[in-house]
Write a protein that binds this ligand. Sequence first.
Ligand SMILES: [Zn+2]
Ligand SMILES: [Zn+2]
Length: 275
Amino acid sequence: MVTCRDDPCGFVCIIITYCAVLYADYVVVNWLIIPSSMSSSLWGAFHALIFNTIVLCLTVAHFRAVLSDPGIVPLPTAAIDFSDVRTGQPMKSRIDRVSGQSWTVCQKCEAYRPPRAHHCRICRRCVRKMDHHCPWINNCVGEFNQKYFIQFLFYVGMASLYSIIVLIIAWSGECPSCKDMDEKNARIAHSIVLVVISLLFGLFVAAIGCDQISAIFEDETLVEQVKNRGHQRTATQRTKMDLLREVFGNGPMWYWMIPCRSTQYRRFIPPSFNV
Ligand SMILES: [Zn+2]
Ligand SMILES: [Zn+2]
C-alpha cells in the first residue's frame, strides 16, 4: 500500500533532503573530482561511480520509507459499538483467539488495535510497532518500513563520509584549473559548504541510527520508551540476532542493507475475538 501524509513539515524536510543530496553530488563531481588530477586517471570515474551508487541506494531506500505502509491498523469493516469509549468508560481489551494476544481499543480511531500498536497524531491512525513519526520521510517509522528507514540513515551516513574522503583526496592532489583565482575561491566555498552539510547530516543520522539499533536490541520502540519511563520493565529474553531479523528479514546479513529487496510483510491476520 502506498501512503503519503499531507504534513507541510514533512514536505519541507523531504525537499531539504533532496536539495542537500543533489548539491553534495554536484560539488563532489563538478568541483572536487573533475578539476583535480583524479579526472585524468580511472580514480576519478571510480570515486564518481561509488558516490553516485551510494546516492542511488539512498534515494531508493528513502522512496521506500516514504511510500511504504508503516503498518497502519485497518479500521473495522463491521460496525462495532464503541459507545462506552465515547462516554469515557474504558472498554475491556479482547483476546484474539488466533494469536492469543490482547488487543486494546484506540479511542481516536475507534478500532481494536494489536499489542504494540500506537496512535500517530500526524497520520491520524494506529500504526503497528510504531517507533516515531519522522518528518524526514513524512511517514511513521513502524513494523513494515523500519528496515527502509535504517537503510536510509545508513546511506546518508555513507554519503557524508564518502564526500569527506573525496574532498581530502581532491585537496591533497594537484588542481590544474585552480590557477584561476575565481575558480579556486568558488572551489573553496563549495568545499566548506559540503563539509558543513556532511557533518550536520552525518552526525544527525549517526545519533538516530544508534537510537534505532539500541531500541531494536531493547525490543522497545521509542514511543514505548517514553510511555514506560519510570516503570519497571522485564528485559527481553530474545537474542539480538532474532530481534534484528524481525526488522531486516530472514535473508543473509548482506541483504539487510539492499533497498531493492521488498520486505516479506507478515500477513495481517484479522482478529477473531473471544468476547
Ligand atoms: Zn488510533
Ligand atoms: Zn505518523
